[in-house]
Design a protein around this ligand. Sequence first.
Ligand code: ADP
Ligand code: MG
Length: 802
Amino acid sequence: MTELDTLKKVLTLEKSKGYRNTAVVGGLDRFLARWADGRASDSLIQPPPGAYADLKAAQRRKWIDDALTALETGAAPSKKKAAAPRARPARKEEPSPEHTLASPVTALPRVTPTVAGKLKRLGVNTIRDLLYLFPRRHHDYGELKKVAELAIDAEQSVVVNVWEAREALLGGRLRATEAVAGDETGNLRVVWFNQPYLAKRFKPGTRLLLSGRVNVFMGSPQMESPEYETLQDGEEPGNMGKQVPVYPLSEGLPQRTLRRIVNETLNAWATRLADPYPEPLRKRVEVPELSQAIRQAHYPAEESEKEQARRRLAFDELFSMQMYVFARRRQWREGGGAVPLAKSTETLNALFSRLPFSLTGAQGKAMEEILDDMTRDKPMSRLLQGEVGSGKTVVALGALLTAVANGRQGAFMAPTEILAEQHYNTISKLLEGLPQAESRGNWFSFKMEPFERPVSVGLLIGSHTKRQRRDVEEMMAQGALDMVVGTHALVQQGVEMPRLALAVVDEQHRFGVMQRASLRQKGESPHLLVMSATPIPRSLALTLYGDLDISALNELPPGRQKIRTRFVPSDRRQDAYDFVRGQVSEGRQAFVICPLIEESEALQTRAATTEFDTLSREVFPDLSIGLLHGRMPLREKEAVMARFYGREMDVLVSTPVVEVGIDNPNASVILIDGADRFGLAQLHQFRGRVGRGEHPSFCLLLSDFPSAEARERLMVMERVDNGFAVAEEDLKFRGPGDFFGTRQSGLPDLRQARLSDQELLSTARREASALLSHDPYLERPEHRLIKEALEAQWPELVGEVS
Ligand code: ADP
Ligand code: MG
């Protein structure tokens, strides 16, 4: 139904109810205002002058009848121009008919290819993307302060003159711009870290609008890396409106320009955003219409509009994710039956009784849940969550051996070759002491109680030579190999495993959902166990992994070292190095994790190499230091690791990407440089690298110039040592989108939704579930737009489900 149809329906209803202003909840005026909002003032239907509620019965009738006639004939009813409750800004660009919201931004009049390139870096490619480029925040220019009025520790905006700006070197390492600026009431110091080039730009006398938190530096007010805008002569920020959007910036694209582009696009295009939800759904959820919400998200008239818009857009994100998750779940379930696997108590006893420890309560419970799932003919799809060291591998092995006991095959997949090797080694260690039948380079077999023939385990990774792989591949294809450990690539390349009944996938969030589907074999789906070391709070897990059932290992095996964690400010850097040296002199080893550089792996590698050079030449010239980064060939990585494990190396410098899975019980300290750039959950993962043996262990968090908030986050690490609690804390600071880092997670952007949106989240679940139960394949016309939106966002759903 088009918007005009809706209007017509409402007006007809009002007529049939005798013009008593009862057609819509809340009265016609509110409806008309909403309806008129976002439309040009010369559109077909104008709200009555004044309010409908105030009209006499006869006037009401006339207005309604005129409007209905106009809707029928397409001609405006009245020459008299009535003011719409909130007229649109005058500037109006008619969208050219040959373009759509999906057209590239270059279709817009002001967007040159150069500007388009800059927008692309903000993730904006199409006109629609631009409408969805939400401001990071709004300046409240109604609240401009004078310097003398600035309050400490609060976000504020102030207009100042620059007196002096110069490039400075802070802490001997960090290039920055340092400026003194002020107004007639006083001065303040302003520092921009990492942006030395600003010094040249801010000539004395430049007028700046600054926005940020104020703190105290040597007794005077200071702003650190505030947002800034240069003001022209005579330009007053108040002219820009009260709530002015502040967009994320891309180098070379000034805030002012971006703001203008977005604003013009809103005026010309926002009303063309069709709301995918049928009216009743929108009513139930109590959210504004889409185009209205988009406009309000950019230019809210007041605080409540901002929240109302956010709520609508957050609902969209959560609803779409729920639809996806439910659809995926159904896809997996309907994709093919699974082979039910009988529980083999003998096998599990044989495995567990020979371990030097007994399972924790959490492990036992998870094992039960998994085995229960596997006895069904519906494929299991379960997530096993547990932080590093919580003992997931043993549980996985129990499940794999169950598959083998049923005469089937099991696969164990890891995100990297290093991790695959590690799992392979862990499995052979867990089986240590069992009589080996055969042992070749990349496979071995062992004898174990209930099995009549030896059980074989192979390792399959891409960097092994064809010849090395041939044995394993052949055995797999013949069904002669019982278990294979490999990388995710294993599945993608479609390696044959005719009797595959269970696939274990480590580190879910690096394993695309796409790949899950490729596991399916000949109309039969293997049981799927996904493992993740990222502790995710249950509320969030339900949303993100709603297509999986969840088992959680929320306790660590007894006797683990608590890792003492300290935040180290920049002036104590040397102390941190001394501490590392102290540990080394006691025979321990150390990790140094380099700061995270998002831009590229090449830059990351360069930074790590520089850090490695500095450490080995200047800081620890007398120690043996190694370097590990993602671009090294596997063989080289293995050699470095072997030296580290063999204690030939005191300090291992590593980029953040490759650290996962290293297990060296002699390592007792990990120093994380640029700690403020990592999420807490990630820091917690790093920290799990130490404390794996009997030695007291330490984690040092270095950060040169953390913001007040970053400092607070790092302090959390000192206090909290349970992974789930860390994750909860992390989410308080960051939205769920940031929490995962969408870049590597393959998860959708949650830009508006927050973890605290519990009520909205359950509403989204309820609505999605109701929708799918009424219209499982979204075939009804009123659901067409929802279907299109879903398919646009999740191409893998096209044709399959929605
Ligand atoms: P995860 O994969 O969850 O990080 P692992 O499965 O690698 O953890 O287990 C970490 C270590 O803990 C391994 O050395 C494993 O043998 C040991 N372990 C596992 N379960 C227990 C337990 N219940 N009690 C003591 N040690 C355990
Ligand atoms: Mg593990």
